[in-house]
Each structure stands twice: as structure tokens, then as C-alpha cells.
Design a protein around this ligand. Structure first.
Ligand SMILES: Nc1ncnc2c1ncn2[C@@H]1O[C@H](COP(=O)(O)OP(=O)(O)OP(=O)(O)O)[C@@H](O)[C@H]1O
Ligand SMILES: [Mg+2]
Length: 330
């Protein structure tokens, strides 16, 4: 099996007595060592999907169906992350699956020196003693190309820039050599030069340790440069997926075509796509059928009745659209 297989995963949001569906029966695979991009407009469910993997969902959210199978150890049966208890999850988080976020400062402890925070990941997981962990943490900072790594080791988070903090988060995320590193908009808050450096670091870690990366971004130009596989999410559904190069040259789903046509940057965050009128329906306003139908130039009656089944396009590519044949992908 793949490193990670998500099968029919649904995530609900509790609102008063109701449970609203935010992520709706999605399935996806992440192969060992592969960089997979996940894109879609704001509110489509990218972060909830990502957070559900190490089971870090916010209190209001809950897995309401499906499986998250993680094959961290090939000699053992895969673990269903969706069914593990907190103790088992703590063993996996930060060690086999780690995560970095848009706002690194929020994930760092403001009262603890950087070096201690990196070293602690190793000691908490019992991977090395205190002294060796500190040495490994310093070595990791060196490896990440941080000048004056000793100073950074001794520093507190508020003494570092946003870009530096994100490198530190990458050090924390990578020090145990995880099998899967989830990066949710890791560069959105950073300027372009630092953004590139952070992406190079992630690519370097992927190359060196073979960690698979799930890279979530609004910025399709980053997905295009950085990812081998690409998944497109719209209003709680994955609508298209496959080899990134193939999708960027021959996208099939009208939503993917619109996204690529617009290549939204961070300045467009939350705004409508220039070439697709309308916006993502909120979770209160989701209708049956294909959620993209109200914005879709191809939509017909059947699109409003049922979500289109998966059409397999070969070579690991798939799309959920009744009109898949109208856009030859080769
Ligand atoms: N903590 C929460 N409380 C209530 N509703 C939430 C919460 N988190 C997410 N949601 C709902 O789930 C939907 C999907 O949220 P999610 O954060 O996964 O979107 P996203 O694709 O990551 O968007 P963005 O690109 O803005 O980060 C949101 O539109 C919101 O309605
Ligand atoms: Mg998000």
C-alpha cells in the first residue's frame, strides 16, 4: 500500500445541535517519498483534511467517517489514524508524521530557547539522551543553513524573524526523520525570497531523508514547481488528482482549469477567481450534487443531482466530472 491511504474520509463541524459536513468522503493516497500538492480556494477543507491525519483537528471538528491508513512500518499492519487513542497518537506525532503551519511563531513556545525546543522532540520520543539531543539539534540548525546557529540555538522565538522561526519549525518537524511531513501554507506569511528558501529546505529534506511531503498552498505556481503529484479540492471534495505536470498541461476539471488560469497568489487570498464568477459555498450552504455546479460553465441538470463518480484517466490520474471526456487530457 501507499504510505498514507485516506479512504472516504468525512469531517464534520459541530454547530449547535447540527453537524455540518466540511470534508465530504474524500479519498487520496500519498506515496512514500513523494511530494504531493493540495490546492483549492479558501474554505475548501484543505487544513481540516491535513489536520485530521495526525488527529489535530480543532475542538469543533470531528471525523465522521472513513479511514486514514498510515503504513509507517512496512513490517507491521497499517495504522488507522482515525481510530487510534491519544497515547498512540502521541507516539506518532512529531516522529513519524510531523506538521508545519503558516504561523510558525504560534507553534513555538515563547518561553523556551530554540535549541531546547528542537532537542526535546528527540528526548520526548526516547530517541536519544539529553546531551546527544542537544548536539543533534545544533547540527540540524547547521544543516538548515542557519548562520550563527549557536546564537539561534540559544535564542527565544521573539528574537527571530518569521522566516527564521519557520526554519526552526522545519528543524523540529524533520529532526526525527518523519515518513510524512505535512506543510500547511508554510510560506504564505513570508516574502518571496524567504518563501523560496523554505521550499528549497523542504525539497532538501525530502531528497535527503525520503520524507513524503503534503504541501498545501493557495499558490499554484509553488505547487507546479515543487510537487510531483497534485490534488485539487473544492468545497469539501477532491475533484481532480494525479501527476502535477500532466494536470498543469491538461487539466480536466473546470475548477482546476479555472484555478490554473487564475494562478492565484497570496494577494488574491479569499477573493474570487478572476475567470470563475462566484465563490466557494460555505458549509451551511452546500447543496447535493457537484458543489462546483453553480459556478461551472458546463453544468447541467445531472450535476445538481449527484456528485460525479471518479473517472480514471490512467497513469494515476482521476477526475470527478461528468464531462471528463470533453477535455482530452493527452
Ligand atoms: N475551528 C473551526 N470552527 C468552525 N468552522 C470551521 C473551523 N475550521 C474550519 N471550519 C469550517 O470548515 C471549512 C473548511 O476549513 P479549512 O480551514 O479546512 O479550509 P482551507 O481550505 O484550509 O481554507 P484556507 O485556504 O483559508 O486555509 C471552513 O470554511 C469553515 O467553514
Ligand atoms: Mg487552511
Amino acid at each position: 500500500m501507499a504510505l498514507l491511504e485516506i479512504k472516504n474520509l468525512s469531517i464534520g463541524i459541530k454547530r449547535k445541535k447540527e453537524m455540518l459536513t466540511a470534508v465530504d468522503t474524500i479519498s487520496l493516497n500519498i506515496e512514500e517519498g513523494e511530494i504531493t500538492g493540495l490546492a483549492g480556494e479558501s474554505g475548501c477543507g484543505k487544513s481540516l483534511s491535513a489536520l485530521s491525519i495526525p488527529r489535530l483537528l480543532p475542538r469543533e471538528a470531528e471525523i465522521t467517517g472513513g479511514e486514514i491508513l498510515f503504513q509507517g512500518d512496512k513490517n507491521k499492519a497499517p495504522l488507522n489514524m482515525a481510530a487510534l487513542d491519544e497515547k498512540e497518537l502521541c507516539r506518532i506525532r512529531g516522529k513519524d508524521i510531523s506538521m508545519i503551519f503558516q504561523e510558525p511563531r504560534l507553534s513555538l513556545n515563547p518561553l523556551q530557547r530554540i535549541g531546547t525546543q528542537i532537542a526535546e522532540v528527540l528526548t520526548v520520543h526516547g530517541l536519544s539522551g539529553k546531551k546527544e539531543s542537544r548536539a543533534a539539534a545544533l547540527e540540524m540548525l547547521n544543516k538548515l543553513g542557519l548562520n550563527k546557529s549557536q546564537n539561534i540555538f540559544e535564542a527565544y522565538p521573539h528574537q527571530l524573524s518569521g522566516g527564521m522561526c519557520q526554519r526552526v519549525m522545519i528543524a523540529i518537524a524533520a529532526i526525527c526523520r518523519p515518513k510524512l511531513l505535512i506543510a500547511d501554507e508554510p510560506t504564505t506569511a513570508l516574502d518571496e525570497k524567504i518563501q523560496n528558501q523554505i521550499l528549497e529546505l523542504l525539497a532538501g529534506i525530502n531528497g535527503e531523508t525520503g520524507a513524503a511531503v503534503l504541501f498545501i498552498s493557495h499558490d499554484l505556481s509553488l505547487v507546479r514547481r515543487f510537487c510531483r503529484r497534485f490534488l485539487v479540492m473544492y468545497a469539501g471534495k477532491i475533484v481532480e488528482g494525479g501527476n502535477a505536470g500532466d494536470i498543469f498541461t491538461h487539466a480536466v476539471h473546470p475548477y482546476t482549469r479555472g484555478l490554473i488560469g487564475a494562478i492565484p497568489g497570496k494577494e488574491q487570498r479569499g477573493k474570487a477567481l478572476a475567470n470563475i464568477p462566484g465563490k466557494v459555498p460555505s458549509i451551511e450552504d452546500r447543496l447535493p450534487g457537484c458543489p462546483f455546479a453553480p459556478r461551472c460553465p458546463l453544468a447541467q441538470e445531472k450535476c445538481r443531482e449527484a456528485f460525479p463518480p471518479k473517472t480514471d484517466l490512467g497513469n494515476g490520474r482521476f477526475v470527478h466530472c461528468f464531462f471528463a471526456e470533453e477535455h482530452p487530457h493527452e
